[in-house]
Design a protein around this ligand. Structure first.
Ligand code: NAP
Length: 329
């Protein structure tokens, strides 16, 4: 496969390259693409040096697959140009996620929907991916009615500028601010921009994307998204009400047996998911499973995953692997 990584110099781009190499993705030619600022810069992939190129040169090279993580505006402008050149684009930004003509894919849940005609495929939001991974087997068994989620999100989810802001604050040096306030020793109930309804865009992604992924509008999700000074992954407290009642032991067994999920749920040994464990891992970690004693058929759970891995790069590359394995590119 001739593969272009658009946004190769960014936080997600760097992890994309790492995951492509780890999973031995079949690459015959690799194109590393970023903004004009980075053209000519050298990046290493599997001990080989590559020179960063611009978007126009990358389209002209007609790659088989282009993996985008370069922001929504770049995707809106350039993904259609790649698609016209015959390239299949897998996009990490929010640009195409809710477009009814584009698929929104978590491979473990809905990769089967993909066809050769899908030239722009959307990767869901990082917080959505880890939540739906844990909810999928439970939704199948008990049918979700309503989900209430509160997130505790890593600064790595905002990009390099935010990680630098936290590092600067810890080192006590002045620098560029990614957030309107300090993030060290703080919690910002403000992820992405505010929408007219008073929710943030991140909160509305959590509300809208799961219905599209499950192709089911019979349940609803409400969210509060909070940025905290951690860098290893996103955490989520999820309260989910089902139509059918459940047995907690069955829930544990189901999650334990689900590929991509690691159950860490033993209060006797203080075993529960945390970003320091999830960091740099591809799995979604689930624990603190307990019945909500205030309402029937309702479960509380804690979900943690590395937002740059399963929340972005790993999910994207799993989509690419599915396309290759099923001869869809
Ligand atoms: N961080 C996460 O957890 C996460 C998870 C899921 C999805 N995403 C999405 O992935 C994208 C990138 O996020 P990030 O965290 O990697 O951000 P980042 O660290 O700021 O990196 C941004 C990347 O995009 C490139 N870029 C920016 N403007 C460009 C342009 N006009 N043309 C070409 N390339 C351009 C940058 O190139 P230069 O170095 O040349 O500026 C850089 O490679 C965003 O859309 C984000 O929403 C992020």
């Amino acid at each position: 496969m001739k593969v272009a990584v658009v946004g190769a110099t960014g936080m997600v781009g760097e992890v994309m390259l790492k995951v492509l190499a780890e999973r031995n993705f079949p690459i015959s030619e690799l194109l590393l693409v970023a903004s004009e600022r980075s053209v000519g810069k050298k990046l290493r992939y599997q001990d080989k040096e590559h020179t960063v190129i611009g978007l126009a040169d990358a389209v002209a090279a007609k790659p088989d697959i282009a993996i985008f993580s370069a922001g929504g505006e770049t995707s809106l402008e350039w993904a259609p140009k790649f698609a016209e050149a015959g390239t299949t684009v897998i996009d990490n930004s929010s640009a195409w996620r809710m477009d009814p003509t584009k698929k929104l894919v978590v491979p473990e849940i809905n990769a089967k929907e993909l066809t050769k005609a899908d030239k722009i495929i959307a990767n869901p939001n990082c917080s959505t991916i880890q939540m739906v991974m844990a909810l999928a087997p439970l939704h199948n068994a008990y049918k979700m009615k309503r989900v209430v989620v509160s997130t505790y999100q890593s600064v790595s989810g905002t990009g390099v500028k935010a990680v630098k802001q936290l590092e600067n604050e810890i080192a006590g040096v002045d620098g560029e601010m990614a957030y309107p306030y300090p993030i060290g020793r703080n919690a910002l109930p403000h992820c992405d921009v505010f929408e007219a309804n008073g929710y943030t865009k991140e909160e509305m992604k959590l509300a809208r994307e799961p219905q599209k992924i499950f192709n089911d509008k019979t349940f609803s999700v409400t969210a509060t998204a909070v940025r905290i000074p951690t860098s290893g992954g996103h955490s989520e407290a999820v309260n989910v009400e089902f139509e059918k009642d459940f047995d907690l032991a069955d829930v544990r067994k189901m999650l334990h047996e689900t590929p991509g999920i690691i159950l860490q749920d033993n209060t006797d040994t203080n075993t529960y998911p945390m970003p320091i464990y999830a960091h740099d891992k591809d799995d979604v970690f689930v624990g603190r499973l307990r019945r909500d004693e205030t309402q029937p058929n309702t479960l509380n759970m804690w979900i943690v995953a590395d937002n740059l891995r399963k929340g972005a790069a790993t999910n994207t590359i799993q989509i690419a692997e599915y396309l290759v394995e099923n001869k869809l590119v």
